[in-house]
Design a binder for this molecule. Sequence first.
Ligand code: GDP
Length: 297
Amino acid sequence: MAFEGLSSKLQEAFRKLRGKGQITEADLRSTMREIRLALLDADVNFTVVRDFVKKVQAKAKGENVLEGLNPGQQIIKIVDDELTEMMGGETTTLKKSNKIPTIIMMAGLQGAGKTTTVGKLAKMLKEDDNARPLMIAADVYRPAAIEQLQQIGKQIDVPVFEEGTEVNPVKIVEDGLKVAKENHNDYVFIDTAGRLQIDEKLMNELKEIKEVAKPTDILLVVDAMTGQNAVNMAEGFNEALDITGVVLTKLDGDTRGGAALSIKAVTGKPILFTGQGEKMDNLDVFHPDRMASRILG
Ligand code: GDP
C-alpha cells in the first residue's frame, strides 16, 4: 500500500508527543525533524518538505500551542491541516461545459495509464451522471492502443471513434468531435499518444490537439510508481499545455506516495482522481482531507 512507511513514521512521531503532559520547544523541534525525515523518505519533493515544515512551525508558534491545552493534539491537527493544504485543500471535480459536449483531453507518458483511465472515467460518468460519452482514439503511434480502447469500449458499453493509425491525430480529433456533435454525446474523451519521455514533437502535437478541441479539462495521467519523476513530468506537461489537473495512477502499487503529496505544491495543479488498480472500477475521486487522515492514521 502507498504511504505505509510515511504513515508509520508519522504515527511514531505523534505517539511520542501524545505521551507527554507538557511539550517543550525542544520536543517540538525533534518532532518536526522526524516529520521532515519521514516526508523526505516518502519521496516528497525537497522544497515542498521545507515549506511544509516552516508553515507548521509558524502556525504552532502563532497559536501558542505549547502553552495551550493538549499541545500534542493541537500539533497533530496543524500537521493534518497543512498536509491537506499541501495536497490541494478542497476536492477538485471535472468541469462541465455549458454547451455539450464537455471535452476531456488526456495526456501523459506511454504506460502511465491514459487509455485505462479514459475507460474508468467514461464508466464513472455513465453510471453516476447517466452520461453518453464518446472516446476518441488519437494515439496512432502505439498500434495496440486503438484496439485496447475498443476493447474497453465494448466492456463498458461506450462508443469509440477511430480512424486507424494512418490519419493525423489532429484530424482524427476534428472528425471525432463532429461525430460527437451529430450523436449528441455529452462527454468526449480524447486519448492521446504518449512517449517514453517528453519530446518536442509529442508536445507540439498535443498543443495542436488542444487548439482544435478546446478541451474543458486537460488531465495529465502520471504513474505514482515513478516517484519524483511523476512530479517532473507534471511540471513539463503543465508548462507546455497548461493542464487543468492530474490523475495519479497505480497508487495501489508499492509506491512511497511522495508524488501524490508534491504534485499540487510543485505545479499548482490539483489531483482529481487516483487509479487504484487495473479494473474499470478502480478509480477514486481524490479528497485531500481524507488522504491526509489516512496518512496520519
Ligand atoms: P497508456 O499508455 O498511458 O495509455 O497506459 P495504459 O492505459 O495502457 O496502462 C498501462 C498499464 O498500466 C496497463 O497494464 C494498465 O492496466 C496499467 N494500469 C493503469 N492504471 C493502473 C492503476 O491505477 N493501477 C494499476 N495497478 N495498474 C494500472
